[in-house]
Design a protein around this ligand. Structure first.
Ligand SMILES: NC(=O)c1ccc[n+]([C@@H]2O[C@H](COP(=O)([O-])OP(=O)(O)OC[C@H]3O[C@@H](n4cnc5c(N)ncnc54)[C@H](O)[C@@H]3O)[C@@H](O)[C@H]2O)c1
Length: 361
């Protein structure tokens, strides 16, 4: 099978983690590829993913080689000293729209803006010239307008879309319909980390539920020190992220918890944590004879390793759909890989659906 030609919008920490991970395995061929569910999927290995175009707004990234932009501040991922790929890819300008929030203004310095229609034409030309098949969006939380811009660019350029961030496209019926009618695959929305806060919380909530206890209250608090967490200090940008994370947990319960008894959210920015994310979760409930119980979990992960291991599969599911000429939201892969898919399933079922999709069933 050939390479998977991809483009990225948002050359931030998540993207840095994705491509530095691929480089890490390239430099250590003797090592087993861990941290990914499928070393090979549909005949595509992790080394078949090729980023041939990129878009950002930061003056430290736009106009530079993609292999260098990955290391530009405020990115913090430095797992390998340099990249052997993407040296011939120049980062192009994306429209800023609502991409740069109040708190990140001091660390992301946007280039002077060009008219949006010029940027749209340049983007479509670049995607066509480079024969891009899939666009991966790592736009910041709260970039509603920028996400819609890039979703429309995917439709216009006729390329697949992997929406890793929590502005809803795949899970909004009007957008889903547009992708379906254009026969373009989309996986979204909002990556569910490999062993991240969401999947751990969902799994334990589902366990308590299925074992017959009654969950009465639950919370999940997350803190971190990268630009993603800095952006999330701005409550107005957070609405869809909170919906995405909360509904992901609610969907695993046989009875919804009243809103006042569930709190799930990114909660603060602690600069020295950098890409380390800490999650604190608590479930309170009752079991036989109305006797109370509770549990607490503390999870510490590198936020970027946690997301890259999933995106690497999302890209390949999207490519398989393109090969098979399947368009619209990919229901099984989205349910398994994303927090806010078009349709929620229990994780075991979602996994089975994703596996069945890969096998062509
Ligand atoms: N575990 C995870 O890391 C995880 C999980 C789920 C979802 N996500 C989401 O993935 C997204 C990316 O996360 P990140 O840590 O890489 O963020 P980041 O802040 O490190 O990177 C965002 C990048 O987007 C660029 N940008 C800002 N506005 C833009 C615009 N209008 N057009 C193009 N580029 C623009 C910034 O310059 C920066 O390079 C976030 O929305 C995050 O919530 C991450």
């Amino acid at each position: 099978m050939g390479k998977i030609k991809c483009a990225v919008v948002g050359v931030g920490n998540c993207f840095a983690g994705l491509v530095q991970g691929i480089e890490y395995y390239k430099q250590h061929p003797e090592q087993q590829v861990i941290g990914v569910m499928h070393p090979v999927m549909g005949n595509y290995s992790i080394h078949d993913i090729d980023f041939v175009a990129a878009f950002d707004v930061d003056s430290k990234k736009v106009g530079t080689k993609l292999s260098d932009a990955v290391y530009a501040e405020p990115n913090k991922v430095k797992w390998v000293p340099e990249l052997s790929t993407m040296q011939d890819v120049t980062v192009m300008q994306s429209p800023q729209l609502d991409g740069v929030g109040h708190y990140v203004e001091k660390v992301v310095m946007p280039v002077p803006q060009k008219p949006i229609e010029d940027l749209r034409k340049e983007a479509i030309r670049e995607l066509k010239d480079k024969k891009v098949e899939i666009l991966v969006s790592y736009l910041p939380v709260g970039s509603e307008a920028a996400t819609k811009f890039w979703a429309q660019v995917c439709l216009d350029a006729k390329i697949g879309f992997v929406n890793c961030m929590p502005s809803f496209i795949a899970s909004v019926p009007e957008w889903a319909k547009k992708f379906e009618e254009s026969q373009i695959p989309i996986i979204g929305d909002d990556i569910k980390g490999q062993v991240g806060a969401t999947i751990v919380h969902r799994t334990l909530a589902n366990l308590c539920d299925q074992r017959g206890t009654k969950i009465e209250k639950t919370y999940q608090i997350n803190v971190g020190g990268n630009t993603d967490f800095l952006s999330m200090k701005e409550q107005d940008r957070l609405q869809s992220k909170k919906i995405s994370k909360t509904e992901s947990v609610q969907s695993q319960l046989s009875q919804r918890l009243p809103d006042e008894n569930i709190y799930v959210g990114p909660s603060d920015f602690i600069p020295f944590l950098s890409n380390t994310k800490l999650m604190f979760m608590r479930i309170e409930g009752r079991m036989w004879a109305n006797i109370p119980y509770n549990m607490e979990v503390r999870l510490e992960v590198d936020d970027k390793a946690n997301s890259a291991g999933i995106v690497i599969d999302a890209i390949r599911y999207c490519k398989i759909a393109l090969d098979r000429k399947i368009g619209g939201p990919l229901i099984g892969p989205s349910a398994w890989l994303m927090k806010h898919p078009p349709k929620q399933f229990k994780d075991a079922q979602a996994r089975q659906m994703a596996e069945d999709f890969e096998k062509g069933n």
